[in-house]
Write a protein that binds this ligand. Structure first.
Ligand code: BG6
Length: 498
């Protein structure tokens, strides 16, 4: 049951879904559109019902209108099939609920009466501070049985200690086998492809270690700023918001050993080993191995944008980072001595998530000495915007005058042009489908969250000791100059072929 499917989609099993925070940004922008796409693909079981829960007083018609308007905004017009929309709207129900007191929760229990034979999935699209209360109230009101699953969003806490408290509160009601911690990067098609690429291709299987790979780059760059989320973001910062979860999950999938099979726990056990092997930060590593940045006003796509400290509701003294670059190492037999360069930031010139695996050069070089720098293969795995994989290889340059000059070019697999009919599903479509099917391999286990926090806490503590302001970078640039210096001091540069 827990095993990753080897042979494609099946319709989700019959479930009911109760969505806390149903009028919030994530639900409207991502969750309803994703559920609707599952409807269009025929992947929602006919009896599945969707209950929206939020604080606002709204009747069912008002809620349905709101969901429909979200779908019209966030689903492409040509994908908004009228029949599917009608079926989808018929599944919806709504209850107004104050999440913090147990009183109204019997409404969920009563709603379930019609569907007791089906498991209920409870999706908490609300701040993590509420997770404990909601779980307790669900239990106290008799809304749960031993088939119910709970889905929670990151970030879980702001460090190891607070995350343990939140995990304890959820764990007091739900066993680990029924807790689904979302990291939406794990639902992205190309991220899952890392598993296929690494473990289905013997070519990479034999090369994937420190004997053949010189270094690894992971870039997750965003054009957007903090999008009106000052309150949340200023407490979190880019390390907690992006590195602790998304970037470390990518590092795990790149660095993990082959799992014995595709069981959720076999995969997650291997990921945990990577997290445990990450070298902790100490204060003396800060200047050399880590760069914190914060964006100033600048311009993106020709439009002026304000600096972080000028955003709405900004605390103009804030020292929160909106950019982090770091060099780290997975200290084990496979990876010892291979730097992993990570960088992520807001207000960069491009939206780009990309992994670059740099292979080592040949031991003996026989071509033009001027071209020596070219002579290594790179595997470029692009997660977004255009999903694809390119292997940079060297061939002979064509032409009578070129002799044995080398030319670098990609063996290129662009998913959109290679498989034009295949719509690339949004990460949330896959994740919701997997929860409904009761499969946990794309969700983060408690020990993963905690080891990731432990490592980030070492950096947060080192930053606190040093008490240094983040380095400024203009919006629309690739971050502080120091992040370029960090990698050039190793005789390398960030991959720039976008
Ligand atoms: C979220 C972060 O988890 O991921 C946001 O909280 C960030 O700050 C977003 O913008 C990026 O996701 P994606 O899928 O657009 O790369």
């Amino acid at each position: 049951m827990m095993q990753l499917e080897r042979s494609g989609h099946t319709r989700s099993t019959e479930i009911d879904l109760a969505l806390f925070g149903a009028l919030g940004d994530l639900a409207q922008r991502k969750l309803f559109p994703a559920l609707f796409q599952l409807e269009c693909e025929g992947l929602l079981a006919p009896s599945t019902r969707l209950l929206g829960l939020a604080r606002q007083a709204l009747d069912l018609q008002g809620f349905v209108t709101q969901v429909e308007s979200a779908l019209r905004t966030y689903v492409k017009a040509e994908e908004l099939d009228a029949k599917a929309l009608k079926r989808f709207k018929a599944r919806l129900d709504y209850r107004q609920l104050d999440f913090t007191t147990v009183d109204g929760y019997t409404a969920i229990r009563d709603w379930r009466q019609d569907g007791l034979e089906r498991p209920m999935v409870v999706y908490l699209s609300v701040g993590a501070k509420l997770y404990g209360d909601i779980c307790r109230h669900l239990e106290a009101s008799g809304s749960l049985d031993d088939q119910c699953r709970v889905v929670v969003e990151k970030p879980i806490g702001s460090g190891l200690e607070s995350s343990a408290e939140i995990n304890d509160a959820i764990g007091a009601v739900f066993p680990e086998s029924r807790i689904y911690r979302i990291d939406h990067y794990l639902g992205k098609e190309t991220v899952q492809n890392l598993i296929a690429l690494r473990f289905a291709n013997p070519l990479f299987g034999t090369q994937w270690n420190q004997n053949h790979i010189s270094h690894v780059e992971v870039t997750v760059a965003e054009k957007v700023g903090i999008e009106g989320r000052w309150g949340y973001f200023d407490e979190a910062g880019q390390l907690r918001d992006m590195v602790q979860n998304h970037l470390l999950q990518l590092v795990c999938l790149i660095a993990m050993d082959p799992p014995a099979n595709l069981d959720a726990d076999a995969i997650r056990d291997e990921k945990v080993k990577v997290l445990k092997a990450l070298k902790p930060f100490t204060e003396d590593m800060l200047g050399r191995d880590v760069v914190r940045g914060q964006y100033m006003a600048g311009s993106i796509d020709g439009q002026s944008v304000p600096g972080y400290l000028e955003e709405d509701e900004a605390n103009t003294e804030s020292q929160t980072e909106t950019f982090v670059a770091m060099r780290t190492e997975v200290a084990n037999w496979r990876w010892a001595g291979v730097p992993f360069y990570l960088r992520t930031g807001k207000r960069m010139p491009e939206k780009l998530s990309q992994i670059v695996i740099h292979f080592r050069q040949q031991p003996h070089y026989i071509f033009d000495p001027d071209q020596r720098g070219l002579a290594a293969n790179k595997l470029v795995i692009r997660l977004q915007p255009e999903e694809g994989i390119a292997l940079e290889v060297l061939t002979k340059d064509s032409g009578l005058d070129k002799g044995m000059r080398l030319r670098r070019g990609p063996l290129h697999l662009d998913f959109n042009s290679a498989f034009p009919k295949a719509r690339i599903p949004d990460a949330y479509e896959r994740l919701l489908l997997e929860v409904m099917k009761g499969q946990q391999y794309l969700f983060v286990r408690r020990d993963e969250v905690e080891h990731a926090w432990q490592w980030c806490d070492s950096l947060i503590a080192a930053w606190a000791d040093r008490d240094e302001a983040p380095r400024r970078y203009p919006a629309g640039s690739w971050g502080p100059v120091a992040s370029i210096a960090m990698i050039t001091q190793d005789g390398r540069s960030w991959y720039e072929d976008y």
